[in-house]
Write a protein that binds this ligand. Structure first.
Ligand code: CTP
Length: 414
């Protein structure tokens, strides 16, 4: 279950043109199971009608602290108290200034002041307003007090100018919410390394040997580890997926570069989950120029023979150098098309792993690119758990549960 499921989140919407984008944010948070209370500033209501947000959140929208029934005034304390997170998106220069100075002159600032929930602020405004020393200082004040600031993005602004000041995408804002909500999770203070996607081994400047890995399981592993408080290094092979918010991504698209990246990232790390599909063989030599049929025919006849050499086996190298990685929990994957469990047990022993996640990639619902996966978890003591077909995110939760149980205590590591 996602960390957003059941989470009490206040979304504060301030009066900037990006207020319309907050509608998508509220929709996605609600779809993910969060209980979203939208609080709008007076100016925000000039950009978007409160009804838009109440329809999306299926909850009342709070706007006017001073409305005559007194309901809003009565609720601002308990709304603030119940909230697990206050996410202000978009945050205008004005609302940032009022938050930084502890003002409580409307519903949003009053709730923020009455709440001890973590504050996430996504500034969105014209470039000069964002860069003004007053805004910079106000953001610094909020940051010092523990607020998490989601950086505004560069691009075309409502003024028609190009500059920094755009509200980040809904995916980024959701990632920031998940990061902050999960910061006290069971991987808090841990550093984990995840590899994802497939490698590509060049034949010539145009062709390569690759595989069907999409990177989805690995990216889900990185996101879930972040949601549980870990500092995550994601070593990505070839994938079309966007970098999850708050995750450090290193691109490594060949077996050799991935080996170097993994060995470097694992120094001082607590766990490695190696979900990347690493090529076992690469062309012996990379042709400098595009290979021409005519040249092949002149040399070898009509057909071409490609000589392949073994690539470094990353997990085996790590096992051989285990002294350099004290306490590192190591998880491997076994993507097979037959005798899955036997192959998984063999890999676990051969690569000195703590856990192998095995799946049958010949099954369409657990194959490459699918949003779901059906895996066996094979443990070092020979125990095996078969998980049903699950979303890759849920599979990731199970894998981290196993890792958490295996993590040596800090005292044991020391
Ligand atoms: N792996 C690795 N280095 C490689 C190839 C694979 O570290 N050069 C890792 C994968 O990321 C995965 C595990 O090893 O976690 C198993 O990968 P797989 O290719 O299935 O295993 P192989 O050792 O290549 O075994 P086999 O040839 O028998 O399938």
């Amino acid at each position: 279950m996602s960390i957003l499921s059941g989470a009490r989140i206040i979304v504060g919407v301030a009066g900037g043109i990006a207020a319309y984008k907050a509608a998508d944010l509220v929709s996605k948070l609600t779809q993910a199971g969060a209980l979203v209370d939208v609080v709008m500033t007076e100016r925000a209501r000039e950009f978007v009608a409160p009804l838009t947000f109440s329809a999306l959140s299926q909850r009342p929208v709070w706007a006017d602290l001073w409305e005559p029934t007194g309901a809003a005034a009565a609720r601002h304390i308990d709304l603030g108290r119940a909230a697990q997170l206050i996410l202000v998106a978009p945050a205008t220069a004005n609302v940032i200034a009022r938050l930084a100075h502890g003002m409580a002159d409307d519903m949003l600032t009053a709730i923020a002041l009455a709440s001890s929930a973590p504050l996430v602020i996504a500034p969105a405004m014209e470039t000069h307003m964002l860069a003004h020393p007053a805004t910079v200082a106000n953001l610094a004040t909020l940051r010092e007090r523990g607020a998490h600031i989601v950086p505004a993005e560069p691009g075309r602004l409502a003024s028609g100018e190009v500059g920094t000041g755009r509200l980040p995408s809904t995916a980024t804002l959701l990632g920031a919410a998940r990061l902050v909500l999960g910061s006290g999770g069971d991987l808090q203070g841990r550093r984990v390394v995840v590899t994802a996607g497939g490698t590509q081994e060049a034949i010539d400047p145009v062709r390569f040997i690759g595989n069907h890995s999409s990177g989805r399981q690995g990216f889900a592993l990185a996101e879930v580890a972040r949601d549980r408080g870990a500092a995550v290094t994601l070593i990505a092979g070839v994938t079309a997926l966007a970098t999850p918010y708050g995750v450090t991504r290193i691109d490594a698209t060949t077996a050799a570069t991935m080996r170097d990246a993994v060995l470097a990232a694992c120094v001082g790390a607590d766990a490695l989950v190696m979900s990347a599909a690493v090529a076992d063989f690469a062309p012996d030599a990379v042709a400098e120029h595009k290979i021409k049929k005519r040249e092949v025919a002149a040399r070898d006849g009509a057909d071409m023979t490609l000589r392949l050499r073994r690539t470094p086996d990353i997990l085996s190298e790590l096992d051989a150098a285990r002294g350099q990685f004290p306490g590192l929990v190591r998880v491997g994957f076994a993507a097979e098309t037959r005798a899955v469990q036997a192959a998984a047990r063999d890999k676990l022993a051969r690569k000195g792993l703590d856990l192998v996640v095995a799946n049958d990639v010949s099954q369409p619902a657990s194959g490459f690119g699918s949003p779901t996966n059906a895996v066996w978890l094979v443990r070092r003591n020979g125990e095996l758990t078969e998980l049903p077909l699950l979303p890759k995110e849920t599979v990731a939760e199970h894998i981290w549960d196993e890792v958490v149980a295996l993590l040596p205590t800090r005292a044991a590591r020391a």
